[in-house]
Design a protein around this ligand. Structure first.
Ligand code: MG
Length: 380
């Protein structure tokens, strides 16, 4: 029996983007070179608590959405949206399995700054309090204009509610089943739960979990994601294939009759990546940081060394990386989703690409004497 409930996510991206004033759905607009929706989905891809994601898209945009989001391993269902946000969320909920003990998070597709830490906090809040709704302090003074004469509200008593919003799946299904067709103006999921007479629990979220609504929001999101000038580094590494060693690539053990020889676990892909990251930060290389004469690094887990490298380059952070593994054998394609997930979890917030190639039988990699890896990392 699993120690924690399953966790599903419904990402709603079927909006009309009327306030952006454009023809294009805002979730397709580029942010640091990637569509907004990909940033949003990557927060869930990188969250260890999340099992599967449903993406709700406009019926006319299903094909484009499917092509854009094909690399997200947790994306399980792509469903058409309805004519209002409640109807779209309900379509997403209907796609999920009848798992009474599951947690569900609902998130706007246009929240590209959502972080795995916030996702985890919302999930944990459901286990502790029955719900977890991201909410931030209000910075502007808010006036109530309902009576015709503006009345100032006490700012300290107000919260600006965001997404993700997390609930028990059965409870949210029940609320949507009863109220989605009511025509009441629900602008978030917590309001339906409140309407059912239940209390919701707020989770503190930073102001910068902004929702892309107006044109200028894209520039603001870019500045928040990448406050400095991006810098790039590259790395290259080779290890010999020998008998009697494990083959570990990108933190994943791969079944093969040979393994890579080395002082640490000899994860050649992560070694190349660490050198790329250190290169961008002008901090030398891993040979200097973790010398192979130091017994502390004997059989070291390269993912733990990577965590140390990420700590050393702070306040810089990795926003994008691309690894190429050069190996004649074994076939790496079947292991790609696991490797991708491992690296994405290790570097939250980074765009991650991993690929593999052979050298058509040529050279030392082609003869199967060793495996090489190259990496490029961009830091900001
Ligand atoms: Mg090495």
């Amino acid at each position: 029996m699993s120690s924690r409930p399953s966790c599903y996510v419904v990402v709603v991206a079927a909006g009309k983007s009327t306030r952006m004033g454009g023809e294009k759905n805002k979730v397709f607009l580029p942010l640091l070179g990637l569509p907004v929706i990909c940033h949003t989905l990557s927060a869930f891809e990188q969250s260890p608590c999340v099992d599967q994601v449903t993406l709700v898209a406009s019926p006319g945009e299903m094909r484009e959405m499917a092509a854009l989001c094909s690399s997200f391993t947790k994306l399980r269902w792509l469903v058409p949206g309805g004519d209002s946000r409640p109807n779209s969320v309900q379509n997403g909920l209907n796609a999920l399995p009848p798992d009474e003990n599951a947690v569900v998070l609902v998130c706007d597709g246009a929240r590209p700054l959502t972080t795995p830490a916030l996702v985890q906090a919302c999930f944990d809040s459901v286990l502790a309090h029955g719900s977890g709704v991201a909410a931030g302090e209000v910075v502007d003074t808010i006036k109530d204009i309902s009576s015709g004469t503006p009345k100032t509200l006490r700012r300290e008593t107000l919260r600006a509610v965001q997404t993700p919003q997390a609930f028990w799946l059965a409870e949210l299904r029940q609320a949507y089943g009863a109220l989605a067709q009511s025509g009441l103006p629900f602008t978030d999921d917590a309001s339906l739960i409140e309407h059912m007479g239940k209390a919701v629990w707020l989770v503190e979220s930073k102001q910068n979990n902004l929702k892309i609504t107006l044109k200028d929001d894209l520039a603001l999101a870019q500045a928040l994601l990448c406050p400095g000038t991006p810098i790039t580094g590259q790395g290259y590494d080779v290890h010999r294939l020998v008998a009697g060693r494990r083959l570990v690539l990108c933190g994943v053990e791969i079944p093969f009759e040979l393994g890579l020889d080395g002082h640490s676990d000899a994860d050649v892909a992560i070694h190349a990546l660490m050198d790329a990251i250190l290169g961008a930060a002008c901090l030398g290389d891993i040979g200097r940081l973790f010398p192979d004469t130091d017994m502390r690094y004997k059989n070291a887990d390269s993912m733990a060394l990577l965590a140390e490298v990420l700590r050393r380059v702070q306040p810089l952070r990795v926003i994008h990386l691309d690894i190429t593994i050069i190996a004649q054998r074994p076939k790496l394609l079947p292991h790609m989703p696991a490797m991708l997930a491992r690296v994405q979890q290790a570097i939250p917030g980074a765009r991650v690409n991993i690929k593999a190639t052979t050298t058509e039988g040529l050279g030392f990699t082609g003869r199967g004497e060793g495996i090489a890896a190259q990496a490029v990392a961009t830091l900001c």
